[in-house]
Design a protein around this ligand. Structure first.
Ligand code: GDP
Ligand code: MG
Length: 437
């Protein structure tokens, strides 16, 4: 999908002036690309109409870079299609928060239960997994193995007790043992059937979950969308977790689920490993599909706040990695206008939360950093590798900081640089491969 869309849009990008026909022609190709990617027909039609309407409007035709404006519109509408904002788990005001995972057999419920537990554990929660699939042979064992690997407790009553009872007792168990999140794994069938739905409805009635999350296999494309619609009509879901996105190069499910079922995608499974679950960000996915990383939004955000020329220079420096302490200082000063650094860094694809944490800078620290950089010589700013022990001491003394602080700054700078390299590499990779990850 990414290849096709990029191809179609590439033609527009370089055009100086656009006619209505230009737009129509490109939209025809975009439409084909989306249909080929197994995006729901109705969704495609609405999408194309919307983009067309906006693209032949005044704002585009009269702008200096109409082609780029159209790309921007496609990006915005793709994002809107997938939900605009990032949807989080709603935690109960009075724990435990009960999350019920539902879906067809093989969609990835059990695996995702473990992944979600691991994710929540990282947020400081104390999850409990509840083994509610009593039909599939070895399903309980599977969940126990997953729980064991993650060091997350698993509640089970074997396969002779009804899933409703298991869910109920699981929640009681959580209350007694200080587990503030309960994740209920449920049974699936090969197809949606009456028995499955009834059982899920019964569990829902008894435990009143805070979140019913539907786990669907992204590789099944349109089927995933139908499943979502069915489960939502029957059960009322709160969100979707799309699994096996690592194997889905077409992206049809990601693009249609939200608009058909009117429920947000909350997470995506990116692999078999229990760490491979990511919160879903519609704008990032749109960028991935269009193959531009999030550099666009980063630059956009920057542009809104500091002047365009500076933003261009920064972009160039980021891309060429010709990035020095002078730029760092300059950037930090600009950054103050932009809001928290961590938020900016979040836009960089591939930046993981640990790195973000290491780099988090508050305003007071910002002042310290400014002081330290100000105490560096021009040469040191341009070539930080020469900053040896005695220079560190001098900088510390000059700025009223400790050597430890100076060391931290140098480390931080290296990390920032590394991350910038990461995302410029990723961008290059994306341009080459063009695959949606
Ligand atoms: P359940 O029947 O819904 O409980 O599904 P399982 O959790 O047993 O998963 C079915 C298969 O899908 C297993 O082999 C999992 O390893 C695999 N799986 C689950 N999530 C992902 C994912 O995000 N990516 C990939 N590649 N495989 C996944
Ligand atoms: Mg299972």
């Amino acid at each position: 999908l990414a290849d096709k869309l990029q191809g179609a849009l590439q033609k527009l990008k370089s055009k100086g002036k656009l006619t209505e026909n230009d737009v129509k022609e490109v939209m025809r190709e975009v439409k084909l690309a989306l249909l080929e990617a197994d995006v729901n027909f109705k969704v495609v039609k609405e999408f194309i109409d919307k983009v067309k309407d906006r693209a032949v409007g005044q704002e585009v035709m009269e702008s200096l870079t109409p082609g780029q404006q159209v790309v921007k519109i496609v990006h915005e509408e793709l994002t809107a299609l997938m939900g605009t904002t990032h949807s989080k788990i709603t935690f109960a005001s009075k724990p435990p928060t009960v999350i019920m995972l539902v879906g067809l057999q093989g969609a990835g419920k059990t695996t995702t239960g473990g992944k979600l537990g691991a994710y929540l554990k990282k947020l400081g929660k104390r999850p409990l997994l509840v083994a509610g699939d009593i039909y599939r042979p070895a399903a309980i064992k599977q969940l126990q193995v997953v729980g064991g690997q993650l060091d997350i407790p698993v509640f089970s009553l074997g396969d002779k007790v009804s899933p409703v009872q298991i869910a109920k007792e699981g929640i009681e168990h959580a209350g007694k043992h200080g587990n503030d999140v309960v994740i209920i794994d449920t049974a699936g069938r090969l197809h949606i059937d009456e028995n499955l739905m009834e059982e899920l409805e019964n569990i829902k009635k008894v435990v009143i979950p805070h979140e019913i999350l539907l786990v669907v296999d992204a590789m099944t494309g349109q089927d995933a969308v139908n499943v979502a619609e069915n489960f939502n009509n029957r059960l009322g879901i709160d969100g979707v977790i799309l699994t096996k996105m690592d194997g889905d190069t077409r992206g049809g499910a990601a693009l249609s689920v939200r608009s058909v079922a009117q429920k947000p995608i909350k997470f995506v499974g990116m692999g078999e490993k229990l760490s491979e679950l990511e919160p879903f960000h519609p704008d990032r996915m749109a960028s991935r599909i269009l193959g531009m990383g999030d550099v666009l939004s980063l630059i956009e955000k920057a542009q809104a706040n500091f002047d365009e020329k500076k933003a261009r220079e920064l972009e160039k420096k980021i891309r060429s990695q010709d990035f020095t302490f002078e730029d760092f200082l300059d950037q930090l000063q600009q950054m103050k206008k932009l809001g928290p650094l961590s938020q900016l860094l979040e836009m960089i694809p591939g930046a993981n939360s640990k790195q973000l944490k290491d780099i988090e800078i508050n305003d007071k620290e910002l002042a310290h950093i400014e002081a330290m950089i100000s105490s560096m010589t021009t040469e040191e700013r341009r070539n930080p590798s020469i900053i040896n022990g005695s220079r560190r001491k001098r900088i510390a003394a000059g700025s009223g900081m400790t050597v430890q602080k100076v060391n931290n700054l140098l480390k931080q700078f290296e990390q920032t640089k590394k991350m910038m390299k990461q995302f410029s590499d990723m961008e290059k990779g994306m341009k080459k491969g063009g695959k949606m990850k």
